[in-house]
Write a new protein. Sequence first.
Length: 254
Amino acid sequence: MNISGNTIFIPGSTSGIGLALALALRARGNKVIVGGRRAELLGQIAAEHPDVDTVQIDTADPASIDAAAKEVLARHPDLNVLVAMAGIMRVEDWHTPGSFLASAEAIITTNVLGPIRLIAAFIEHLRARPDATIVTVSSGLAFAPLKATPSYNASKAAIHMLSESIRLQLADTTVKVVELEPPSVRTSLLPGQESSEFAMPLDEFVAEVVGLLESQPTAKEIQVERVKFLRYAEARGDYDQVVTTLNAADPHGT
């Protein structure tokens, strides 16, 4: 993926990593469209950043995805990058089904079906572009589990394998598939995470990601140094130790 000259749609970017990345990419010479559910946040972003376009979208709702895709492509026919950023994370207790089932279903709908539906809505357009990229967003927890968040871990493992698979299928097209693999980052994804010493500062994370995109334009996976502890645990042969360390250190462990 080239670091500049793109038109980029980022659903799920009204706050946290999504918004910070959107603004960083805009600063590198890209046209950016921010997508999100809450109209008041979209209005605030548009007022503060007039050169950033905004589109309302709920990635848990197939009709909303279809409507937003039509709106984005009508206004930005040169769109060539889709970043499937939207995601939710919840602490779950799997001892009794009443305490986790609704949460698990919501997480899978947003984190797995959401990206699948987004890609389905944009793939024909992207295939027609001379150079296009789909950016999926998994997690270090796709490779080593945090026991407090089973459904989230599973959803991100699914995104990793989905990314690997569609990259193979789309190898005969102009569409590249890049997987972004964040570690824990100081955002509001979970209560208390914004001030967690365990989590990576947001500005440091985004700066490193942008640097990697620039220095490694053909990379299949974007991995900041901090996530490699989780990403390569099995390959290093210290998976059990990594899982133990992760669950002892993370404040959301149960």
